[in-house]
Design a protein around this ligand. Structure first.
Ligand code: DHB
Length: 390
């Protein structure tokens, strides 16, 4: 096969890029080693920034987010046993939408199928090569037949375990890392929502996040040790820990229900630059990872591919790879804002192991200072709802 843009990874980043390029008349082939079913059933984050919602709707992917998603006009920050509302609309003139990443993926996969896009799920043994010359993707189908896709440009949208990012030679790439001494224990449960919006809670016992999925299913996370085995946690133990972290002077109680999914999510900050090497371009988690606090990962991936579609269109139209030059700078400007925002939200709300009384009271001081200041609340609201496109 020959195509203009070969895309490794058919998650939200790869599929959105394929969709945007198709609208510009540019053909793509996207491959993914996972099956569509595997991607659709892997729980990820649930919050979209305003511009991510606009992109889905305005680019003609689907308007289901507007009917099935839920607009959230703020969040609650809870600490010292009290909730403080951060009013996104009042402070930043923007909302976020509760709309799970699995639904974003389904909408994109349906749109690609509807529009005749070439997306190949469940491929085996993917390799890529010759990214500074004539790039190609090679893989085997489930009968073991080897396929080769040669392309003018190759995009690595293949997630945090990217194979594509290793095609950038050591001599030209830089990698930035940060590890954290905690992880999230994520659960799904059958219960009604405990609050109209999300609650980000800091307590001396650690962080907890009360999120939602549907009227009958809720998503919650609690800070845990990275070595935690979900099997060691009974439903009772989870509920009593969550209730203890949320407890306060207002008598707040979570609605409990049967827990049907328990997973431990790793925490990491990572950036590899540059995002372009020759005819290879990296987007989404292949290029950068953020810790989950603040739900920036998916939004960042969508922001990457919006810029990438624009520069690729120029490069293809004028047969000029130099049009790709600005991609790294434009994308990384937002990436580092999101890196800071995610790091800040994480370190402000999680209790590091071994924290002493000074550390704990200082954290509460930071939160008290933040919510008491309109500028502080606006800073959080602007970061959470997302920065304007560059
Ligand atoms: C969810 C995940 C996040 O990381 C976050 O900050 C908010 C919500 C979620 O899965 O619902």
């Amino acid at each position: 096969t020959r195509t203009t843009v070969g895309i490794v990874g058919a998650g939200p980043a790869g599929l959105m890029l394929s969709h945007l390029l198709a609208r510009a008349g540019i053909d793509t082939v996207a491959v993914d080693h996972r099956t569509r079913h595997e991607i659709e059933t892997t729980h990820r984050a649930g919050i979209l920034e305003r511009d991510s919602v606009r992109l889905l709707v305005d680019a003609g992917v689907s308007s289901r987010v507007l009917t099935d998603g839920h607009e959230h006009r703020g969040i609650d920050l809870r600490f010292g046993g009290e909730s403080h509302r951060i009013d996104f609309q009042g402070l930043a003139g923007a909302s976020t939408w509760l709309y799970p990443q699995t639904d974003v993926f389904t909408d994109l996969a349906d749109a690609r199928a509807r529009d005749g896009g070439d997306v190949r799920f469940g491929v085996r043994g993917t390799t890529v090569a010759d990214v500074t010359g004539s790039p190609f993707i090679r893989y085997a189908d489930d009968r073991g037949t080897v396929h080769e896709i040669s392309c003018d440009y190759l995009v690595g949208a293949d997630g945090s375990r990217s194979i594509c990012r290793h095609e950038v030679p050591d001599a030209v790439r830089r990698r930035h890392h940060r590890e954290y001494p905690y992880a999230w224990f994520g659960i799904l449960c059958r219960a009604p929502a405990s609050a109209p919006e999300l609650i980000y809670t800091r307590s001396d016992r650690g962080f907890a996040l009360i999120s939602q999925r549907t009227e009958a299913v809720q998503r919650m996370y609690l800070q845990c040790d990275p070595s935690t085995d979900p099997a060691d946690w009974s439903d009772d133990r989870i509920w009593s820990e969550l209730q203890a972290r949320l407890a306060g002077t207002d008598g707040f109680r979570l609605h409990e229900g049967p827990i049907f999914d328990k997973t431990v999510l790793p925490f990491r900050s990572f950036v590899q630059e540059p995002l372009r090497h020759g005819r290879l371009l990296l987007a989404g988690d292949a290029a950068h990872t953020v810790p989950p606090t603040g739900a920036k990962g998916l939004n960042l991936a969508l922001a990457d591919v919006r810029v990438l579609a624009e520069v690729l269109e120029l490069a293809v139209r004028h047969d000029d790879p130099d049009a790709l030059d600005g991609y790294t700078r434009r994308a990384l400007t937002r990436v580092w804002k999101a890196q800071h925002f995610s790091y800040w939200m994480t370190t402000m709300l999680h209790v590091p192991p071994g924290a002493d009384a000074f550390d704990l009271r200082r954290q509460e001081g930071e939160l008290a200072m933040l919510v008491a200041s309109e500028s502080g609340r606006r800073y959080l609201a602007e970061g959470y709802t997302g920065w304007p496109a560059v």
